[in-house]
Design a protein around this ligand. Structure first.
Ligand SMILES: NC(=O)c1ccc[n+]([C@@H]2O[C@H](COP(=O)([O-])OP(=O)(O)OC[C@H]3O[C@@H](n4cnc5c(N)ncnc54)[C@H](OP(=O)(O)O)[C@@H]3O)[C@@H](O)[C@H]2O)c1
Length: 289
């Protein structure tokens, strides 16, 4: 199971369209981490912006995991980028109770392109030289960001949305290109925040504008006698360009379900399931629904 990585946004804040119970309790996080450890999941994806996530992980103890964290958006009135970044990483390490982490990503990488922000990348490189992080890179929302960033900033690692509906990273050729260049690829939003896992009766009505698409999805699952969890996991894990598939859970039971569903072999994922409408595939647009 070590191609799975565990997302931790739910551990630090009340988050997620499919999350009916709010922020995951500390005792539940402990159970999730114990099960992950037992099943060979060795990577945790967190971020400074995920509320209490890093400090809860630190309190429980995560020395034996590879940790990926992310630098939040640069404040507008930041007079000393290098100093601010040093204090952000320092606080993050303190919360996590670690001396170094595996990867540090930019959460808002387009800020690299803003004149005057040259120290953003230079400071990430400095963190690597100092041994505070092994790999640097960025978290993106779509391939258009890579088009702009790649010419100047060569990351060790990229995190990007990838799921059975959203195959933009594949279709744009970026997954192949990154792989050829030796960049580590992590796919996230595999369940589209849990939206892909609702059955037709429970799916929030605000997503009715895509009813034709949902009908095709529901019928395809029914015809193949597979659950949405099996289908979404099989899709992401079938792509060997993707080094890690990040999955989010609200409870330990969901991690158990994921582990049970992860070995389903499905070969054919029809192209009719693909959708490029960013109103659906980018959760940051859902507020308007
Ligand atoms: N059997 C089940 O019913 C079952 C099983 C497993 C999972 N689930 C559901 O699926 C959910 C996990 O879905 P997932 O793995 O696709 O992805 P996810 O955990 O929702 O995370 C996907 C990405 O969303 C972004 N995000 C984090 N905090 C956010 C916020 N406050 N607002 C908007 N976006 C935010 C993060 O990326 P950025 O930080 O880069 O923005 C994160 O990496 C679980 O929480 C659970 O509800 C259900």
């Amino acid at each position: 199971m070590n191609r799975l990585a565990l997302g931790t946004a739910q551990f630090g804040q009340d988050y997620g369209i499919a999350n009916s119970t709010g922020q995951t309790s500390r005792s539940e996080v402990k159970k999730v981490l114990e099960l992950a450890r037992l099943k060979g999941i060795n990577t945790l994806d967190t971020a400074i912006a995920y509320g209490e996530s890093e400090s809860i992980l630190g309190q429980i103890g995560v020395q034996d995991f590879n940790i990926i964290s992310k630098l939040p958006e640069l404040p507008t009135a930041c007079s000393n980028i290098k100093k601010w970044m040093e204090s952000q990483l320092n606080d993050s390490l303190k919360c996590l109770r670690l001396n170094s982490i595996n990867s540090f990503l930019l959460h808002r990488p387009l800020q690299l392109l803003v004149p005057g922000n040259e120290n953003l990348w230079a400071t990430l490189l400095q963190f690597k030289t100092q041994g505070l992080v092994k790999k640097i890179g960025y978290s993106i929302y779509g391939p258009h960001e890579l088009e702009q960033l790649w010419p100047q900033f060569k990351p060790d690692i990229i995190q990007a949305p990838y799921n059975i509906f959203d195959r933009r990273m594949e279709a744009s050729g970026w997954f192949k290109r990154l792989k050829d260049e030796g960049v580590e690829i992590h796919g996230r939003s595999v369940f589209l925040q849990g939206l892909l896992l609702f059955n037709s009766k429970n799916r929030p009505q605000s997503f009715n504008p895509w009813s034709d698409h949902w009908q095709f999805w529901d019928r395809w699952l029914e015809q193949n006698q597979i659950s949405p969890l099996q289908a979404t996991l099989a899709f992401a894990l079938a792509n060997d360009q993707v080094n890690k598939v990040i999955v989010g859970v609200d409870h330990c039971v969901q991690l158990k379900e994921i582990l049970n569903a992860a070995n389903t072999a499905i070969k054919d994922f029809p192209e009719e399931l693909i959708i490029t409408d960013e109103q659906l595939i980018n959760p940051s647009n859902w507020e308007h629904l």
